[in-house]
Design a protein around this ligand. Sequence first.
Ligand SMILES: Cc1ncc(COP(=O)(O)O)c(C=O)c1O
Length: 484
Amino acid sequence: MSQSNLFLTSSAADKAEYIRMMDATVRAVAASMDHGKAYAGMTPENLRALVRTEALLPEKSMGFDELLKEVSEKILPNFLRPSSTNYMAHLHSSVLMESVAAELILSTFNQSMDSWDQAPVATEIEVDVINKLCALYGYDEKADGVFTSGGSQSNLSGLLLARDRFCNEKLGWDVKKCGLPADFKKFRMYTSEVSHFSMEKSAHLMGLGYEAVVKVPVDNAMKMDLAALKELIRKDVEAGNLPFCIGATVGTTDFGSIDPLKELRAICDEYGMWLHADAAYGSGVILSEKYASRVAGLADCDSITVDFHKMFMLPISCSASLVKDGKYFDALTIHADYLNREEDEEDGYINLVNKSMQTTRRFDALKVWMSFRMRGKEGWSALITRSIDNAAFLYGELVNNPDFDVVVKPEISSVVFRVLPQAGCTESADDMNKRIRRALLHEHGVVIGQTVCHGDVYLKFTLLNPLLTHETLTGLMDLIASLR
Ligand SMILES: Cc1ncc(COP(=O)(O)O)c(C=O)c1O
């Protein structure tokens, strides 16, 4: 079968068509950015009706030009725009332009990171990027890591290594071969009550269940309360339970609070526990010259979750699981004759599947490689510092304004607050804050977060966008106050 327009090949016709299709796509995407709103405002019902296809698989080809027209009319205008300074709902960022170029390259060449023969240069780049990242977070040459699909998988990877180390080294039990030991119901891992739900999900996936997760109360700064933690561990040990891990958070999802890593390290050492750091959010702080010391404790953790699709502003998906002692990746190694033969390693061919929960895997490391090299230390430091500075500014404005209640001084770039009802208002503060968030979404093209704190509804600004200015932030505060 000879047909052009299928793939980019060395043929002149395919190259011309590739360039034509990519060029038309890039132009359509750029043309769709014709307003500053974060969201055009359509309701779920209207969107559903708009995008429902007559036939996902039409009888005859509709051709690329017709297809792009449909995409341009129905889809592009209704995308959420994370690049808008009116978007600050979640740990979900816009993407740096060079990383979009990286996406085009890695999708076009579609390398698969499981084995060297599917990704020769990509494997060597991922290995180099991982080594440099380990050094960046303060690990030595024993460290290792692997790219993953996101923070949830990086957390699962770190916690799984913790569980396996505990079984192998403390209980003398080969969990990889034999499954969980009889005592598995006694396993305990500790994490703060405001940590991400991937801690519980991981416990379930590891066969331990939610009951293995001990939720530790937080102090006023939303950090794990050390006295409470020590007491919980003491009681568990007394009851014959088996503490194996602390899952610290370096940048909680709502508040950006950072658990006290140095003290947690000491507690882990006392009880022979693994210290995992979920730095899905806070990992980006390392690049800010002004604020990097806030996450210096990461160097003392046994494993670290780094998410590049949050503060680092790289396209989804892009995350890494780093481990202080790479030997523990053995938990994820299994050899197959068809893929990752043992003799490959002996001959210097690295098969990255040996460290990964995934088999087929994207070359996400290219995005880090390109954007780190393009912007350099100085450029990165300025981007990250601006977001953290913006949060400090917003906090100062809110705390001095009697119309607002703000929960905690930000350590990174999230600010959780609520607007207070005016005198004589009959609407409850909870209902009013919920109503205001919906009105911002559908009537003003502004997308902000909402959460619950101490049982009350709060609003949240997650400030990942370095284009935000003090004026934009005070303007949004005024708009919110005016919607009461
Ligand atoms: C603290 C924290 N950990 C882990 C995750 C999960 O990351 P992902 O969505 O990349 O799986 C999130 C997501 O927001 C998070 O905030």
